[in-house]
Design a protein around this ligand. Structure first.
Ligand code: 5GP
Ligand code: MN
Length: 349
């Protein structure tokens, strides 16, 4: 038995029963999917198809960035709402069970929030963020003290009927997707690493998952432009306030100049935390009428509270995200730096 303290066997039995009774199961995750969102969806979709024989599909609000597409299964449909809205919406209407992964609730699926809420399907949440929107779900697995949704899903799957806690019984692509999601969400085992995290990684390596192949896909296939843009932002674009908040603003002009694609600033926000006097790092990325905001903080500073109070967002204690809108939060997009300076003074008081 591999039961970990945070899992209730009764909940896994209920989930398994819901899967048995459903014919069309849809898995989903948050907008602008990261490795954990896509990895946990791919892993669960593989499990449901291969081990449970379900008609399975995944729906994501946005097409994943290039470096994560190796996670997409060969035959299971993954529908991206930005690319094929009609198919995605039809699939939601047809589903009898929706399992939402790696987000605190349907609000983080953005354009799909209302269709998911209005669907008559059974709804299950499997997540590791703070403040889950539990009222929308008949079954909730919510464990903030864990590395990733992929890790939580791993411990759930090992408790499923017939698994006997043996990771070798997971379909190989499922196991690889789980290790990939855990790898990106921990920033390659630098943050949010718990005893159970290393236990899972060790078990998956023993079960034959090729970690080198995963690292090659995740970290050795960048475009040159991406690395140059990261260098530019760290050199010309890095500001540090007297209170120890580092910030960078990836304006549209900079994104265009380097031809940056979605997902290519991933990881950049962590870098300023290596500076001794920096206690929190904020990255703004310009979009239409809003900046996407990424926050990372050192121990003792809550990125989550800052994201909730100042950036319409949330996430984890030391890694959060949100958005900054104009003309609502700031009058013009050019006011972003002044806003960040003000937030630094107010929040770090
Ligand atoms: P990232 O900076 O990598 O985009 O996000 C860091 C963490 O914050 C992730 O766990 C992500 O799910 C969460 N997060 C990102 N954007 C938002 C948001 O708009 N709202 C909330 N509640 N969480 C977010
Ligand atoms: Mn996650």
């Amino acid at each position: 038995m591999v039961m970990t303290a945070f899992l209730q066997p009764e909940l896994v039995r209920r989930l398994s029963g819901q899967i048995d009774r459903a014919s069309k199961v849809t898995v989903a995750a948050h907008a602008r999917p990261d490795g954990d969102a896509l990895g946990s969806c791919a892993a669960l979709a593989e499990y449901l198809t291969t081990c449970r024989g379900k008609d399975t599909a995944a729906i994501l609000p946005d097409t994943p960035p290039r470096n994560l597409r190796f996670l997409l299964p060969d035959v299971i449909p993954f529908l991206f709402h930005d690319a094929e809205p009609e198919n995605a919406l039809r699939r939601i209407r047809e589903s009898d069970l929706v399992i939402l992964l790696d987000c605190s609730g349907f609000s983080r699926t953005e354009g799909l929030e209302v269709p998911f809420r209005e669907s008559g399907a059974g709804k299950v949440l499997i997540d590791h963020h703070l403040n889950p929107e539990t009222e929308d779900f008949s079954l909730v697995f919510s464990t903030p003290g864990i590395s990733s949704a992929s890790e939580l899903l791993y411990w759930i799957l090992l408790e499923m009927p017939g698994m006997d806690g043996n990771p070798r019984r997971l379909p190989p692509r499922c196991a690889a997707a789980l290790l990939s999601g855990m790898t990106t969400d921990t920033n390659n085992f630098a943050n949010s690493v718990f005893p159970s995290t290393l236990r899972m990684a060790s078990q998956l390596l023993e079960a034959g998952v090729d970690r080198d192949a995963i690292l090659t896909e995740l970290y050795q296939r960048s475009r040159e432009n991406r690395v140059r843009a990261m260098g530019y932002l760290q050199n010309e674009g890095l500001h540090i306030t007297p209170e120890g908040v580092a910030y960078m603003i990836a304006t549209r002009e900079i994104q265009d100049r380097f031809g940056l694609e979605e997902g290519e600033t991933e990881g950049l926000v962590n870098i300023p935390l290596s500076i001794e006097q920096v206690r929190m790092s904020i990255l703004l990325k310009e979009g239409d009428g809003q900046y996407r905001v990424s926050l990372r903080s050192k121990k003792g500073i809550s990125a989550q509270r800052c994201a909730a109070a100042w950036f319409n967002g949330g996430g984890h204690e030391n890694a959060s995200g949100g958005k900054l809108l104009w003309p609502r939060d700031i009058a013009r997009k050019e006011d972003a730096a002044a806003y960040l300076e003000m937030v630094s003074k107010e929040f770090m008081k």
